[in-house]
Write a protein that binds this ligand. Structure first.
Ligand SMILES: Nc1ncnc2c1ncn2[C@@H]1O[C@H](COP(=O)(O)OP(=O)(O)OP(=O)(O)O)[C@@H](O)[C@H]1O
Ligand SMILES: [Mg+2]
Length: 398
């Protein structure tokens, strides 16, 4: 069982490549489900099929799923939303506005992840391919279970005790409805589901694939995403460069091909040793299972689209005491050929003349590099918070 999530900047081809990967995996004889956390029916458009509560089989062994967010919202969020709506109602909001305000930003994508979890646990599929929202939302979403868990396990019980103690005094005076047992139960149910989602997403069988186009802004964002995903404990196992021009005779095409070649070199420098796949700029939109399977065949060639887990753990960031340790797999690295330089928000690692630019996540940007050493083919870099940038007593969260 494998789960592969596709993310990248808006419009780079996430849906197309998730669909093409799923089509290729299914063509290799694995029963495959492809799902989108995006509420728009872009996958249905890519396969040009209808949407239904049950996954639709669009080619032999290839199923396109659709998340019924309305039903999910009602199941997971209904009780909580009802309570929040009544709370806002008592605070003077009319019911329509109150209901609008209680729709959590990202709630639909979150519920889609719960659906992904259900499918992964169902045992029905050999592979589940997930087409995620653009990077920023996906990152927020992937960090959300942890944040909610912190809130629900630390802040909420404290609040619950306070509310219980104060209810007899406060309730009638202020006129705010206190949450009842169903509301707490719903909150706990949601917490359980989210932690389970996180377990599925952090399992060794789950990996993330970054989609990018060879343009500087897109590549820079992909680099940041890589480090941030590592920080949250998610494994990236490959990069797909999409819409690559193959040169040509006219100056316009030659110009673009040259620019892209430069960016592709940057991509290799930034992401090696992760495998990099390339998808050419097709003469038409790849729509339908057949066109998507042929795109997948070009992208992966003879490689198994699911068999890249081994390279996945090359970058890890973990918190140790008050600081952080970033570990980078550098097989066969020689200590003497290693050089580390901090350039603005990036860390430049040079090994035997090869440069690797790593975008630092915000918590690490506010740290000093305290030291580095190489052990068993891994480079460990220690970061310590800069006291000038972290107020005394403040906690450091990535
Ligand atoms: N290699 C390619 N060659 C030609 N057209 C492509 C290629 N890859 C994607 N497209 C087309 O580009 C458009 C955008 O692709 P897609 O919807 O997959 O991007 P996305 O990253 O999912 O976008 P969003 O961020 O909006 O979800 C689609 O019309 C798709 O058919
Ligand atoms: Mg999309």
């Amino acid at each position: 069982m494998r789960v592969v999530l596709f993310t990248g900047k808006g419009g780079v081809g996430k849906t197309t490549l998730a669909a093409a990967t799923a089509a290729t995996v299914a063509a290799n004889g694995r029963k495959t489900l492809v799902l989108s956390t995006d509420p728009a029916h872009s996958l249905a458009d890519a396969f040009s099929c209808g949407v239904d509560a049950e996954p639709t089989e669009v080619a032999s062994g290839l199923y396109v799923g659709h998340v019924d967010t309305q039903r999910r919202l009602q199941d997971s969020w209904g009780d909580l939303q009802g309570y929040l709506t009544s709370l806002l109602g008592s605070a003077g909001f009319d019911s329509l506005r109150a209901e609008e305000l209680t729709v959590l930003p990202g709630a639909e994508e979150l519920l889609a992840l719960i659906e992904v979890r259900d499918h992964v646990r169902s045992g029905r599929w050999d592979a589940v391919i997930v087409d995620c929202a653009p990077t920023a939302e996906t990152l927020r979403l992937l960090a959300l279970p942890e944040a909610l868990d912190w809130y629900l396990s630390k802040a909420l019980p404290a609040e619950r005790r306070v509310v219980r103690a104060l209810r007899p005094l406060l309730g009638p005076a202020v006129g705010l409805p206190a949450p009842n047992a169903e509301v707490w139960a719903a909150a706990e149910r949601l917490q359980g589901q989210l932690l389970d989602v996180q377990q599925v997403l952090r399992a060794p069988e789950t990996t993330v694939r970054l989609v990018l186009t060879p343009e500087s802004v897109v590549v820079a964002e992909a680099r940041r995403t890589l480090t941030q995903l590592a920080l949250y404990g998610y494994r990236v196992d490959g990069v797909i460069a999409n819409r690559v021009f193959d040169g040509g005779d006219d100056p316009w095409r030659t110009g673009w091909a040259q620019t892209q070649r430069r960016q592709l070199r940057e991509v290799v420098d930034s992401f090696e040793p992760l495998p990099m796949y390339t998808a050419g700029y097709l003469p038409a939109e790849p729509v339908g299972a057949e066109a998507l399977a042929s795109l997948g065949a070009i992208v992966y060639g003879s490689a198994d689209p699911l068999a890249t887990v081994a390279a996945a753990d090359f970058l890890q960031v973990r918190q140790v005491g008050s600081g952080f340790v970033m570990t980078l797999a550098l097989p066969l690295v020689d200590k003497d050929s290693l050089d580390l330089t901090r350039v603005g928000d990036d860390l430049v690692v040079t090994v035997s003349g090869r440069r690797r630019v790593l975008a630092l996540p915000s918590a690490l940007r506010r740290c000093h590099v305290r030291g580095a050493h190489v052990e068993d083919g891994r480079l460990e870099i220690r970061f310590q918070p800069d006291p000038d940038q972290f107020p005394r007593g403040s906690e450091v969260h990535p």
